[in-house]
Design a protein around this ligand. Sequence first.
Ligand SMILES: NC(=O)c1ccc[n+]([C@@H]2O[C@H](COP(=O)([O-])OP(=O)(O)OC[C@H]3O[C@@H](n4cnc5c(N)ncnc54)[C@H](OP(=O)(O)O)[C@@H]3O)[C@@H](O)[C@H]2O)c1
Length: 246
Amino acid sequence: MSGFSGKNVLVTGATSGIGRETAVCFAEAGAKVIIVGRNRERGEKIAERIRSNGGNAVFESCDISIPEDVVRLKNSLENESIKIDVLVNNAGIFITQSLEDIDYSDWTASFRANVDGAMLMTKEFIIDLKERKGCIINNASVSGLDIFTSGTKNYMYGASKSALIKFSKLCALNYAPDVRVNVVCPGIVDTEIFENRDFSRFDGVIPMGYISKPEQIAKVIRFLASEDANYITGAVIPVDGGMSLK
Ligand SMILES: NC(=O)c1ccc[n+]([C@@H]2O[C@H](COP(=O)([O-])OP(=O)(O)OC[C@H]3O[C@@H](n4cnc5c(N)ncnc54)[C@H](OP(=O)(O)O)[C@@H]3O)[C@@H](O)[C@H]2O)c1
């Protein structure tokens, strides 16, 4: 696949998990990938891995939840004459707690990483995306879907991901036809976001019968950014093996 040659694709949270696989996936399709995250060591390593496989990638450190950091990222890309065609707002954190035990700092951290970050990045890059007829893919979760209300400790994650979905739909409406904006909602994906990687606790939860690999989400993200998806905007797509049907 080479549909992205000449395109600049920025992926937040690309130092790990789904974001890392998304960066690799776009690089394999010919894009120049801008890997964004806070962890320089992991970010540089992924960029190097992509380059050693013949791809084009750079790492830019940024905490997407800090407004000044996002402005600095934009300026840094501008200084290198990089304008982005695809923005993947993937970075996020997963904190769960029962209502009685919610620590307010965890609540604000969840919203800052899962909603504020996508808003700050979108606000900063929307003019470029509009000029270049680009697109945005936001990574929410089945936890943010109205139809999915399971989880006795899902308040912070679920509420923040619902907010991200609403934000995405408003952007899709207001920036059509110039910028397409879509959302993927993964179910359970085998990544570092889980401290406990023994997924047997989810046995029977997923109709497709297994936990997904990050590349299965990455390929859907790449599809949504591709020309094949040029009539899709404002879509919220579960990529969950049927988990949200239950
Ligand atoms: N895994 C799942 O089952 C699942 C299911 C549904 C949705 N999702 C969503 O998928 C996205 C990726 O998750 P993952 O499973 O791949 O988790 P992960 O492996 O823990 O990756 C999370 C990424 O987000 C980055 N990040 C977090 N806060 C950041 C911040 N303030 N600024 C910049 N980068 C930040 C981290 O990078 P640094 O540490 O380098 O900053 C890391 O690269 C998240 O939005 C998550 O909610 C995951």
